[in-house]
Design a protein around this ligand. Structure first.
Ligand SMILES: Cc1ncc(C[n+]2csc(CCOP(=O)(O)OP(=O)(O)O)c2C)c(N)n1
Ligand SMILES: [Mg+2]
Length: 546
């Protein structure tokens, strides 16, 4: 008879899981009994935080949940930061951990890896945390996790299994895969009302968030049918193709965008929480004067500020499809001129969007123009690249201006939880999800040192990444912040190692370009290489000064 651990692996396979990220320990070896004979590939990070970030990057690039196996206690606390990032950015992640034996739970006897109230500790960064007490209940609990991933707002889920339960056997049908629900669609009267409001609007504007990431076709048809300028959050980048004439911009802290939103008679916001981390460097409350229609999968979101006049609980895709069809009908019935078939640079919406874009550039700080040049070079040499960023100066800059060719192709940890050390391991996960696309890491010298051990994981996982390292020898952003506030810098001028030597030690290729021509050469050599490549951009090199 199969053990609970073996059945778990079979169940994960049945749900289409192809990777597990984890570090085994004596408490979890029984999770590995069935793994070697399965189709699931195990990827080992050098720290459980790396496992969580890998799962996050894999999930963002693929749309499928990332799955992790970690030990009780330290494994669990190590992965919680990554769960925090995934929770804040609505990323599906399944974390399966062990916990001490059933009869030891809650006893506080100082057992190995014992974390008192582990489930309660982790529940703040999970949709739910469940302790599996019976092997027979496994299939129901796993189904609950996948119901969240595909039927609700995606978030991390934690399942802990006592050591004795993992090794135990199930009597019943533990490997039954339950039918998993999809997210709901909108109600007809809401669709009609939204369509009428938008159809009658004279200055509509559309705000897109990460919740719309899988709805690029209906997004595009609604946007073009309304001829409405679009503001997108960082996680919604790529929903419109680069250079689309209705693209207005991203940073809702900038005055031209704020003015355009305040001047709109109808605002349609899809899958966004108007998060303050979208608004760099200074978050501000959004002022909405017109009618606000919000589409979101999370009902609580719809009553948060700015509160919707017309809240619609729905998956973004079906809601936009239905609203788009309804607007097209209204246009047919109406005596007004035919719908704008293709939006050109002369349409009124395109004119409004162009004005927002042009005026916004006046708010960019000097570094944006430099990093925009680097971003364009990346796009030229590595078309269709996925850019995975940390919290560092080039990322804040590219958040303002980078236009990826596809959705799910530009994400970083400057949004949401905002943790350092994310980019390298998340990029490993993204490369595993999209092995045929170039994956570019954007990390600072400080952030890279948080997870530098994952240089080894990239070699082991055979993920030939391109790591653009922005080396300004310290916590540059925080130093600037201190100086601006007249605080004498403390703790920000950190010792900086020789990254090229370190990369070679880990088996990476490495270079230090001295010009844009050398950078282009380095990028194209990296694209063809079998090994991962670190390209160190030393901020004090003359071609990078701004
Ligand atoms: C876990 C964590 N600790 C501290 C911070 C605060 N923090 C934000 S940016 C930053 C500096 C990062 O330095 P680096 O990666 O070199 O990027 P730079 O700002 O120099 O471009 C720090 C310390 C954070 N975001 N996350
Ligand atoms: Mg730095």
């Amino acid at each position: 008879m199969a053990t609970c651990g073996e059945q778990l692996v079979r169940l994960l396979e049945a749900y289409g899981v192809d990777f597990v990220f984890g570090i085994p320990g004596v408490h979890t070896v029984e999770l590995y009994r069935g793994l070697s004979a399965s189709r699931i590939r195990h990827v080992t990070p050098r720290h459980e935080q790396g496992a969580g970030f890998m799962a996050d990057g894999y999930a963002r690039a693929s749309g499928k949940p990332g799955v992790c196996f970690v030990v009780t206690g330290p494994g669990m606390t190590n992965i919680m930061t990554a769960m925090g990032q995934a929770y804040a950015d609505s990323v599906p992640m399944l974390v399966i951990s062990s916990v001490n034996r059933t009869e030891q739970l809650g006893m506080g006897e100082g057992r190995l890896h014992e974390l008192p109230s582990q489930s309660r500790t982790v529940s703040g960064v999970a949709a739910f945390s469940h302790t599996l007490l019976q092997p027979d209940q496994l299939s129901q609990v796993i189904a609950r996790a996948f119901a969240i991933f595909s039927g609700a707002r995606p978030r991390p889920v934690h399942i802990e299994i006592p050591i004795d339960v993992i090794a135990g056997t199930a009597k019943g049908a533990a490997t039954v895969v339950r039918a998993i629900p999809k997210r709901p669609g909108p109600r007809p009267h809401e669709v009609e009302r939204a369509a009428r409001l938008l159809f009658e609007a004279r200055t509509p504007i559309i705000i897109l968030g990460g919740g719309a990431v899988d709805a690029s076709e209906p997004v595009r048809s609604v946007v073009e049918c309304l001829d409405a300028p679009v503001i997108n959050t960082i996680n919604a980048k790529g929903l419109l193709p680069p250079g689309h004439p209705l693209h207005g911009g991203e940073n809702m802290a900038f005055e031209p965008i704020r003015r355009a939103i305040a001047a709109a008679d109808v605002v349609l916001a899809v899958g966004t929480e108007f998060g303050e981390t979208e608004m760099y460097p200074q978050p501000k409350d959004i002022q909405i004067v017109g009618t606000l229609i919000r589409i979101d999968i999370d009902p609580e979101q719809l009553v948060r500020s700015p509160a919707a006049d017309l809240p619609i609980i729905s998956d973004a895709g079906p809601a936009l499809e239905a609203i788009g069809a309804s607007i097209a009908n209204l246009k047919l019935l109406d005596a007004k001129p035919a719908p704008v078939a293709s939006v050109g640079i002369n349409s009124p919406g395109a004119g409004r969007a162009a004005a927002i874009r042009t005026e916004t550039m006046a708010f960019w700080w000097p570094a944006v123009f430099l990093h925009q040049k680097i971003g364009r070079l990346v796009n030229e040499v590595l078309p269709d690249a996925i850019l995975v960023g940390d919290q560092t100066e080039p990322v804040y800059a590219l958040n303002q201006c980078f236009e990826p060719t596809l959705p799910r192709s530009y994400f970083n940890s400057s949004t949401g939880y905002g943790t350092l050390g994310y980019a390298l391991p998340a990029a490993i996960g993204a490369k595993l999800a999209a092995p045929h696309r170039p994956v570019v890491v954007l990390a600072g010298d400080g952030g890279l040192q948080f997870s530098i051990g994952e240089l080894a994981s990239a070699i082991e996982a055979k993920t030939p990444l391109v790591l653009l390292l922005w080396n300004n020898e310290g916590y540059g952003e925080i130093k600037t912040y201190m100086l601006e506030r007249k605080i004498a810098p403390v703790g920000v001028d950190i010792f900086t190692p020789d990254f090229v030597t370190i990369s070679h030690g880990f088996g990476w290729r490495a270079s230090q370009p001295r010009s844009f021509v050398e950078l282009a050469q380095a990028l194209s050599a990296a694209a063809g290489a079998l090994l991962p490549t670190l390209i160190e951009l030393r901020a004090d090199t003359p071609f990078l000064r701004y």
